[in-house]
Design a protein around this ligand. Structure first.
Ligand SMILES: Cc1ncc(C[n+]2csc(CCOP(=O)(O)OP(=O)(O)O)c2C)c(N)n1
Ligand SMILES: CC(=O)[C@@H](O)[C@H](O)COP(=O)(O)O
Ligand SMILES: [Mg+2]
Length: 631
């Protein structure tokens, strides 16, 4: 149970003086840095939004007004002010508070998030619903400069005028997505910051805000509009979309922001308020390297040093290094990312081959079709993307890639349970949503070396015959990267690998599930296969397995419905096998946040859970008969 504060802090800060607010901001900074350093989480983005949140909640009332945070990764101060100051210590822990906004957690989390770009669309929907219900409330969205460029944000902006919306959009512009923000809109925001007309108007605005004389402010607004029309910039895209653009304003000056928010609150018109913040503000190491400190594992809060074993190597790193190595040999390899060059391991490729590297911003749909376009010209596009974000591209996968059998390679990172980011980020659907698409093939390595071998095998083919997805988990293992690269070789990726030859029971394990299944198979004399080709099934091997065993247990780190296990069952029934086939995977419900190990264990996707499930199926008891399945 999450323990909420008796009186939410936002009610108290309304009466604070500015020096008191500055002291509180410092306290928030230390608290956030300390908790994140222990519990993991989003550090730099949250350090940048403290003053912005204070100013916002002194003017708008999170109980009466609708305030929506896009993505929710920068909303820690919102949580601290809205009743979760004490609970914040449990951030991202099992049964603790979520790292994102979540409707189940608090009434102040008006719209749950985790993926980018949902706030403006949701706000427009809420506004129309309120109209239909004859309710009048202020609606405010806080959206980052990165999130603003995502497809659905732009689609929503395109409707502001049509819907006669009055929403107030606060753009938190820190010039950064996770890496440097890209694209023309980002350049435009930067130009607004530097443009002398805006600077001059900003000075006028500052003095007007001090007196809060509405007539003076209205005058500035119209000047701002006409100024923009005649400016060297040749127009303001936000004004063209029907919003009153105002800014840029210093996002660390509470007094200035407060004045501006009070002003826009008075106008029944839509506004885009351009607030400039510093990502990582107030913490030296985070300010200097906001990309590294965007999302952190455990660190020393003083120095920012990682507290992890140094000999651990992640799947992302292996993938990135292999691609960079293959890129040297083959100029046809092209890498594409949707604003995740670092998380996906593509940064090395980007440094070595900038002309063959494309960061298109937070645009998974665009990236998929862009890669399809590249594939039509006999190049080898590799779109490296987190499983959960590829969900956005479902139609593009079907219509633009698979239907035309275009050879796009999808390097699907964070496949399976991600752990502390929780249900919004779990990559548990990819096997199901990819397996159902004709022409799509899906591979899943069971260890780091196998990932290197698979990537090398696929990309070494002169002609890649259609789309291929390679999925791997958010996991690090003890390994030597150099050795992996030196031992890299081509393998038969479509053939399942027999790891143990046993009797009666056969386990067909996919990717990350091979390792825990190994312990069980070895202990009990079961047959075990590493089913690295999830689609197509290795039908020759599967037919043999079904013939030779009484029970076949399929295990995957993905949803059971439509997953690998269900493909095996379909094969068995279509081919008249009466062997009992059972699927283990993620049940038909969303799991919570916690460590990856905790969640996998709750889902019975660890060696103990696998052993227990097989014993249950066979009507046997084991030594650890202490857990009961919850489903
Ligand atoms: C659909 C989707 N793609 C990618 C991400 C990963 N992601 C999370 S935050 C972020 C950067 C957002 O930048 P911005 O909105 O400017 O926020 P900042 O961190 O700079 O405050 C990205 C790419 C995501 N959450 N959702
Ligand atoms: C908010 C968001 O979507 C990203 O910041 C994500 O949380 C990063 O995840 P990793 O830490 O697994 O790279
Ligand atoms: Mg940003």
């Amino acid at each position: 149970m999450i323990e909420f504060d008796e009186v939410p802090l936002y009610k108290k800060i309304k009466g604070y003086s500015y020096p008191e607010l500055e002291i509180l901001a410092e306290e928030f900074r230390n608290y956030i840095a300390n908790v994140v350093s222990k519990n993991t989480g989003h550090l730099a983005s949250n350090l940048g939004t403290i003053e912005l949140t204070f100013a916002l909640y002194r003017v708008f009332d999170p109980e009466k007004d609708i305030i929506i945070w896009d993505t929710g990764h920068q909303a820690y101060s919102h949580k601290l002010l809205t009743g979760r100051f004490k609970a914040f210590k449990t951030l991202r822990q099992r049964h603790g508070i979520s790292g994102f906004t979540k409707r189940d957690e608090s009434k102040y989390d008006v719209f749950g998030a985790g993926h980018v770009g949902t706030a403006i669309p949701a706000a427009l929907g809420i506004e129309q619903a309120l109209k239909l219900r004859n309710e009048k409330r202020n609606i405010v969205v806080v959206v980052g400069d990165g999130a603003l460029t995502s497809g659905i944000s732009l689609e929503a902006l395109n409707q502001i005028r049509e819907l006669s919306s009055k929403i107030k959009i606060v753009v938190n512009d820190n010039g950064m997505s996770i890496s440097r923000n890209v694209g023309s809109l980002s350049t435009k925001l930067n130009e607004f910051r530097l443009n002398p007309i805006y600077r001059e108007l900003k000075e006028d605005l500052k003095s007007a805000l001090e007196t809060m004389r509405l007539s003076k402010i209205e005058n500035i607004l119209s000047k701002l509009k006409s100024g923009v029309k005649h400016s060297l910039l040749g127009g303001n895209i936000f004004e063209d979309l029907g919003l009153n653009y105002i800014g840029p304003i210093n996002g660390h000056n509470i007094r200035e922001m407060e004045g501006l928010f009070k002003m826009v609150k008075n106008f029944d018109e839509p506004f885009l308020i351009h607030v400039v913040t510093k990502k990582g503000a107030g913490l030296d190491y985070a300010e200097k390297d906001p990309t590294t400190f965007h999302s952190v594992s455990r660190i020393d809060p003083e120095t920012g040093q990682k507290i992890t074993q140094t000999n651990m190597v992640s799947y992302s790193r292996v993938f990135g290094s292999v691609l960079a190595k293959l890129g040297e040999l083959d100029p046809r390899i092209v890498a594409v990312t949707a604003a995740m060059p670092d998380g996906t391991g593509l940064a090395e490729f980007a440094r070595k081959f900038p002309e063959r590297f494309f960061d298109l911003g937070i645009t998974e749909q665009l990236c998929t079709t862009f890669a399809a376009g590249i594939a039509t010209k006999n190049l080898k596009p590799v779109f490296a993307v987190y499983s959960t974000f590829l969900q956005r591209s479902f139609d593009q996968l079907i219509h633009d890639v698979a239907l035309q059998r275009l050879p796009v390679v999808f390097a699907i990172d964070r496949a399976g349970i991600v752990g502390r980011d929780g249900p919004t980020h779990n990559g548990i659907f990819d096997i199901a949503y990819l397996s159902m698409i004709p022409n799509m093939r899906v591979l899943a390595p069971s260890n780091l070396q196998e990932l290197a071998n698979i990537v090398c095998t696929i990309l070494s083919d002169e002609e890649i015959s259609g789309p291929i997805a390679i999925r791997y988990p958010r996991q690090s293992e003890i390994a030597n990267l150099e050795e992996i690269l030196n031992s890299m070789m081509k393998i038969n990726v479509w053939k399942w690998e027999k790891l143990f030859d046993g009797k009666e029971v056969a386990i067909l394990a996919v990717g990350s599930m091979v390792s825990p299944a190994k312990q069980v198979a070895e202990k009990h004399g079961y047959t075990l296969y590493n089913c690295r080709s999830v689609k197509p099934l290795d039908e020759v091997t599967l037919a043999e397995v079904l013939k030779k065993h009484d029970l076949v247990v399929c295990i995957e780190e993905g949803v059971k419905i439509g997953g690998f296990g269900s493909s095996v069952m379909l094969y068995a029934s279509d081919h008249g096998f009466s062997t009992r086939v059972v699927a283990m995977g993620v049940e038909d419900r969303f799991s919570e946040h916690g460590s990856r190990e905790e969640i996998l264990s709750e889902l019975f996707l660890d060696s103990r859970g696998i052993e227990k499930r097989i014993f249950e199926l066979r009507g046997e008891r084991n030594a650890n008969n202490d857990r009961v399945r919850k489903d």
